[in-house]
Ligand binder design. Structure first.
Ligand SMILES: Nc1ncnc2c1ncn2[C@@H]1O[C@H](COP(=O)(O)OP(=O)(O)OP(=O)(O)O)[C@@H](O)[C@H]1O
Ligand SMILES: [Mg+2]
Length: 508
């Protein structure tokens, strides 16, 4: 259904497809959080690596001093007790030696027998499995072969014992031995540090995410105000009438030293230009309107004179040649038509000026009865029916103008359809409106005319009266202008075989 009111204000919004893009706020927050996470990760990895290296160095020193302390069991170093120089050296002698920390591991091979073990947390010596012993012996052998006896290295003794940092030594007695300390103390500390860094970083990231969201929101608030101004202006009907374009971006958001301020001041400048352009347009429109109104008004009197004189001459009773009588008849009928045209133009010009119409209760029931019977009198070869409610329906408005509206619609249903067409007029109430429909089963409004139907001088080519000058194309323009001036609505729905105009007017 085509609406009478112009649709030129409809905003042209390009349709967008695909995923919604990220907002600036989201992008900034994600960037800040991402960078912080990256920096935290680098700091964490570097710290843990440096700490591990330092602790490992410390462990190596401890292993070396444990090995040094063990040497007394083999008769080397400073003798601190008679016990250590007595008998064959064994792992337990090494482990029970002076100030060996719990967890110390020892393996002693005196050429024929191998003794091994490590102390647990309580200081008890625990034996190693055969596999572990074999592994240690292999490592010891390799170290001796390579001559790297005084360089600590790491041995993995399986999940129950864990990794050990060990040092292979050759005793002056010829015995070979290994002394080691668990790596778990180093890895434990490093893991702890990694955990602390991770937890602190995570907390920091969450905090920064919240803060960044708040800060960005605050920083973008001026942009929101600029957007709000632009949106408000975009919702104004700028295409017609007097426009009061007073909305501007607040002064605080137009500081050209900030990015948003530049947008704000550019928008304000643009609004100033648009305001001036609209004022100029309105002024020139008013001038044209005034001219049309004045011209129409001025034309009324001479037209009345022409009509009067021609009528007078025709009826004067003097003998006139038939050609002259015909010419006078034409002058008279054309001046009648021109008067109608001038009246229509004057009415449109006045409605355009926004001149207030009368506001009084108009009995639509009665008005429609009059209009339909007039149409019936003129259009005898059409069939007319009127459907009225039981109660009278009163609309608030200007009686003669409303009469003109329905007379125009019925005239259209008469002149733009063939003889025998059925025209149905109905009146109902819908909520706060009185609704009048004028429906005919004629050929319908030409396709090419539908978009501009309510525009001035829009008329169909097939109009029967066009050739004779009976049709001006102002009828529906007046219908729309009068209905809009009544704050009503006019719509049309037309297809071959059914054309329906629907006029809604506020009830009195
Ligand atoms: N009921 C209808 N059926 C078919 N065509 C119609 C109907 N009403 C209007 N039209 C078409 O719409 C055009 C515009 O109508 P409008 O009333 O504005 O002008 P007009 O009737 O041509 O001239 P005017 O009413 O000023 O004498 C008409 O010329 C006609 O082609
Ligand atoms: Mg008409």
């Amino acid at each position: 259904m085509a609406r009478g009111a112009s649709a030129a204000t409809a905003p042209i919004i390009p349709t967008r497809s695909g995923r919604a893009p990220w907002t600036l706020r989201r992008r900034l927050v994600v960037a800040v959080v991402g960078l912080l996470a990256l920096v935290s990760l680098v700091i964490g990895v570097v710290s843990v690596a440096i700490l591990s290296a330092n602790l490992m160095d410390g462990l190596d020193r401890q292993v070396e001093s444990a090995a040094e302390r063990s040497s007394v069991a083999f008769g080397g170093g400073r003798p601190t007790g008679a016990d250590f120089n007595i008998g064959t050296p064994t792992a337990s002698k090494v482990l029970n030696g002076p100030s060996q920390p719990p967890g110390t591991l020892a393996l002693v091979y005196d050429g024929s027998t191998v003794t091994t073990g490590y102390t647990d947390d309580t200081g008890t010596v625990v034996a190693l499995s055969n596999d572990q012993v074999t592994q240690l012996l292999t490592e010891l052998d390799a170290a001796v072969q390579e001559g790297s006896t005084s360089v600590p290295f790491t041995v993995d003794l399986g999940s129950d014992v864990g990794e050990y940092r060990v040092l292979a030594q050759a005793a002056p007695t010829g015995a070979l031995y290994l002394v080691g300390l668990p790596v778990s103390s180093v890895t434990g500390t490093a893991t702890q540090l990694a955990l602390v860094i991770a937890v602190v970083s995570l907390a920091g990231i969450v905090l920064v995410a919240f803060l960044a969201t708040a800060i960005v929101r605050l920083a973008l608030r001026p942009l929101q105000r600029v957007t709000a101004t632009a949106t408000r202006v975009s919702e104004l009907p700028l295409d017609r009438g007097e426009v009061l374009l007073v909305d501007r971006v607040p002064l605080a958001d137009t500081d050209p030293r900030t990015e948003v301020g530049r947008v704000g001041s550019a928008l304000n400048r643009m609004l100033d230009h648009v305001d001036i352009a609209l004022e100029t347009r309105q002024a020139s429109e008013n001038k044209v309107r005034q001219f049309v109104a004045d011209a129409s008004h001025e034309l009324r009197t001479p037209l009345a004179s022409i009509r009067g004189y021609s009528e007078l001459t025709r009826r004067s009773g003097q003998e006139l040649p038939p050609d002259a009588i015909h010419a006078l008849g034409r002058i008279e009928s054309e001046s009648v038509r021109m008067t109608g045209l001038v009246e229509d133009l004057l009415l449109l010009a006045r409605l355009d000026e926004g001149r207030e119409l009368e506001r009084e209760p108009v009995d639509l029931t009665r008005l429609l009865v009059d209009v339909v019977s007039d149409a019936h009198a003129v259009g005898r070869d059409h069939s007319w029916d009127l459907d009225l409610p039981d109660e009278p329906v009163l609309a608030s408005g200007d009686g003669p103008r409303l009469h003109q509206v329905f007379a125009n619609l019925l005239a259209n249903a008469r002149v733009h359809t063939d003889a025998g067409t059925r025209v149905h007029v109905s009146l109902t109430t819908e909520g706060p409106s009185a609704v009048v429909t004028v429906t005919d089963d004629g050929p319908g409004i030409p396709e090419n005319l539908r978009a501009t139907l309510f525009e001035r001088f829009a008329r169909g080519d097939s109009s029967r009266f066009r050739g004779t000058g009976g049709s001006t194309g102002l009828g529906l323009a007046i219908v729309q202008a009068v209905v809009l001036a009544h704050h009503g609505e006019v719509m049309v729905d037309s297809r071959p075989g059914r054309t329906s105009f629907r006029v809604a007017l506020p009830l009195a």
